[in-house]
Design a protein around this ligand. Sequence first.
Ligand SMILES: [Zn+2]
Length: 170
Amino acid sequence: MPPPPQHGGRSVTPPPHGREATLLPPDEPQQPQRGADSTAFMCPHCEAVLSNPSAVQCDSCLRPVRQKSPVLRVVFPTGELKISVGQHLVLGRDAGQSPVASTFTQFDNVSRRHSTVWLDPSGTAWVRDEGSTNGTFVNGERLPRGVEAPLRDGDELRLAADVTGTVQLG
Ligand SMILES: [Zn+2]
């Protein structure tokens, strides 16, 4: 009697799993200047100067780069407001209500306590209308009283008819 045929002589081994491609940046010319430039942002790990200040990863050591604390700015023709994380800034014409009242005193249609802007710890900026008489507008849209609306970089924030500011977030 012939022996039974052999089965399964060949097994296919799958390729090793979970191989991660190592992403190396292409050769980039080193930035010659270091430090002196106030706009330069330095990697906290290897102190390489990052060519892109908004990079989330250092292109020298590839470690994640902590962003500097976000800052919200609202630029009005009559003044620039700067709000840091955790700060709630009341906008309005009354110096007893708003620390930046001088930016708005010349505008009769801005309420004494008009709206509040703030920046939360995640870096999201918000505005809330405080029951103003003539309204708070984001990109031309009036906010319902008391509703918190997010503000993005480049948004237009308007108080009443003609006090228009530009949101800068970064
Ligand atoms: Zn680095």
